[in-house]
Design a protein around this ligand. Sequence first.
Ligand code: SF4
Length: 240
Amino acid sequence: MSRGVKNSAVQGESMSHSNAEAIADRQVAQDIGSFDVRCRACPRLAGFLDQIRQDHPDYWAKPVPAFGDRQAWLLIVGLAPGMHGANRSGRPFTGDHAGILLYDTLYRTGFASAPRSVDVADGLVLTGCRITNAVKCLPPQNKPQPAEVAQCNHFLARELASMPQVASVLALGTVAHAAILRALGCPLRTARFAHGAVHALPNGMRLYDSYHCSRYNTQTRRLTDSMFHEVFTKIRADRA
Ligand code: SF4
């Protein structure tokens, strides 16, 4: 069975293993109030996903839930689902280029049980971290509008509120950085984005910045493997 809209467990249909995994991820996100698969609060994005489901009936094509450890102390925040990645698979950073470096780095720094995230049925387990996006729905051209980032921010706020007080948050790019500050009620001037920067936030969390591990950034070498690895190594070291 595909993971299309009609496959929801709430409709009482029998589930494939992959569907069960996707719904388990969704359950974690729902438990912490960070997700609503029926959300259509952004009309442009909801309409875009309606079209995607027609064009690609086997795609997830709904708000994408966070993935990872329910007891995470590190929350990784990306921008938004990619068309043929999270939007297809139903798991953040899974199925397209952007996830290659991320999951490999998570594996090499002890956060992931395997170096690749293939699909929601691959059995991958994250320990100590969870991955989400500032915007839960696929935006056209990978560019959410500011109003959509703002509209989705309450999900991120609830997700951050579920973290322990001494948690760490990693922003992948400037949009995620700003969304995190907004979700925590911090003015933008509280912390200026810079790759490798670490910000002590008023609520006790540490905010780390990295360039986004997008195809563009990795292929132009704006972000190298070693630069990205160093960010995670520092997060680990600071936690020790
Ligand atoms: S981007 Fe967020 S707020 Fe907007 S429709 Fe999707 S889940 Fe809802």
